[in-house]
Each structure stands twice: as C-alpha cells, then as structure tokens.
Design a protein around this ligand. Sequence first.
Ligand SMILES: Nc1ncnc2c1ncn2[C@@H]1O[C@H](COP(=O)(O)OP(=O)(O)O)[C@@H](O)[C@H]1O
Ligand SMILES: CC(C)(COP(=O)(O)O)[C@@H](O)C(=O)NCCC(=O)O
Length: 319
Amino acid sequence: MDQLAPTEKYSPFRFFSAEQWSQFRADTPLTLSDDEFRRLRSLNDPVDLAEVERIYLSLSRLLSAHVEASQLLFRQRQAFFNAVDIVKTPFIIGIAGSVAVGKSTTARVLKELLARWPSSPKVDLITTDGFLLPNEVLRRENLMERKGFPDSYDVGALLRFLSGIKSAQRDVRAPVYSHLTYDVIPGEFVTIDRPDILIFEGINVLQPGKLPQDGKIVPFLSDFFDFAIYIDADEKLIHQWYISRFMRLRETAFRNPDSFFHRYSQLSEESARAIAEGLWTNINLKNLRENILPTRARADIILRKGADHLIEEVALRKL
Ligand SMILES: Nc1ncnc2c1ncn2[C@@H]1O[C@H](COP(=O)(O)OP(=O)(O)O)[C@@H](O)[C@H]1O
Ligand SMILES: CC(C)(COP(=O)(O)O)[C@@H](O)C(=O)NCCC(=O)O
C-alpha cells in the first residue's frame, strides 16, 4: 500500500496482496449465487463472483471472528455485573471511501454474506446520505456545491441515530435519500429494530467531528463503530469511475423526467462530460482530498482497488 507506510515493521497495519488475502478464506463457503450477486451490484461496478470468493469471503470470516469475540466479551460483562437482563447492542461496521469508489456494492455484498452465516444474524444496512441536509437548506446556506462535505450533513441527527442504536433502543429511525430527486425524501424513514449487525456506509463516516468549545461532550461517529472499513483507490481511477458512471446514468436514470439531472440527458455527450468533470473536480475530488482520504488510517481494514474495481492490496490494523 504505497502511500501508507514504507515498512510494515513501523506501521500499525499488516499488508497483504490480494492473493495472500484470499488464502484466509479457509473453508468459508460461498453462499451467494451469481444471480443474487448481480442484483447487489451497483451500476457500472464490474466486480464479479470471483472477486467475492477472492476477497470478500476472507473478510466475512474475519468479521465473524470479531463479532464472536464481541459476543464473548458481552457474556463476560454479564458475568462481571452478575446481570443477565442487559441486552447486547448491535455490532456496527462502518464503511468509508470516496464517492464512486464502490462502497454500496461492498456494503450490500457484506450484508448478504454476513446474514448467511450459520448463526443467521439479523443484518441491516444504512447509508448516510439520508442524513444530508435537504436541498432547501443547502441552497439557503449556500452549500449545494458542498453536498457530501461534513457541513452538508445533519451531524446531530447522525449522532442521535447511532446513540439510539448503541443504547439498544428499538425502532430507531433513519431518513432516506433519493438519487433520483437528488434530495432527502420528506417524511420517509427506515426503521432499525435491534439487528445483530448494522452496516453504516457513507463517505464521511470516519470523520472526526469538530471539538466543541462550550464544554459539551460530543462523540465522533466512529466512536460507535466496532469495526471500520475504508475502500481505497488511486484518485485517477476513481475519477474515471465517476465519469463513466455519470455517462451511463445519462443514458439510464437521467432519462427519467423526474430525475434532478434530467437536463443532462438532453445535452450533447461532450457537454454532459464537461458537467461530470466539473462535479468531480469541484465537489467530489475536493471532498476526497480534504475530508475523506485523511481518515483512511483510522480504519481497521483498508481495501485498495486497482483497475476494474478489483482489490489489489489489503491493509489490516494490527491487534
Ligand atoms: N445521480 C445518481 N443517480 C442515480 N444513482 C446514483 C447517482 N449517483 C450515485 N448513484 C448510485 O448511488 C450509490 C452510491 O453512490 P456513491 O455515494 O457514489 O458511492 P459508491 O460508488 O462508493 O457506492 C451507487 O449505487 C450509485 O450507483
Ligand atoms: C449523496 C452523496 C453525497 C453520497 O452520500 P453518502 O451516502 O456517502 O453520505 C454523493 O453521492 C453525491 O451526490 N455527491 C454530490 C456531488 C455529485 O452529484 O456527484
């Protein structure tokens, strides 16, 4: 992992090639069919079932060890307190990384793999886009060009959501975002009812919050995580993926007259490409450099992709 550490000896991470990493799958069975997998894949994400076998089964096995260890620790706590009536809170997995790096596919694949463990855990998935401030507020505050930056989220609502989950509350609500309208859907929520595992995915989930100056104690989102994953790739590759996805969306989702980006489906290819380049450079690349990439070393595992979204290197935090 070139930019991360010159030698493993002085790094908090251990580094593996994809080939080395794939060996840790051991006897973990592949429980997803090709058809099931195709349905989980995001637009323009070329990963296939071979990649699930090569990378994600080892990850699933590692996560299973972490979840089991946390359950064991929980039982030790029960004995420590001599209290059997305390409830285990969900194990939270954070997934961070740039826009267009493929977090959604990873999150959906993991959700399905984890739910198919022999213990059949209940696994839920939440994306942080539902916690973006509505466009009306972003426009008022002049933040439309900063969608996805830390100040474009309702951080209080994010923290209340995660506090609710980690205090073992039932029916905790999360707001929902629509890529079609490019806005939060008013009055729409998903309800999370004490899953065993919650996957919490979004570009900024490893961000440290601002330290309060008024004596209040405010946690970071990642204080609630039991395990954090960062999906990494060279910014030139992510740039290509963003542009080619935008051009595909122009021929699909943007054709819908209700799409916020509908006007871009009417433009020439050249003009549409120029719009995509602008969105990448002025919003998403800026956010990657200023706010997302600097959080990479806070993850427990970094999955670094090469061309075609295939993972080439894995860095795992040492215990
Ligand atoms: N303008 C858009 N219209 C429709 N779907 C979109 C649009 N932008 C992104 N998506 C979809 O939203 C999901 C999240 O995208 P993104 O936040 O870029 O993260 P990632 O590519 O890392 O999953 C992906 O499934 C992507 O295909
Ligand atoms: C909605 C997003 C901020 C991602 O949100 P996340 O779920 O990662 O919190 C992103 O997909 C986005 O729309 N960015 C704004 C710039 C653009 O249109 O590409």
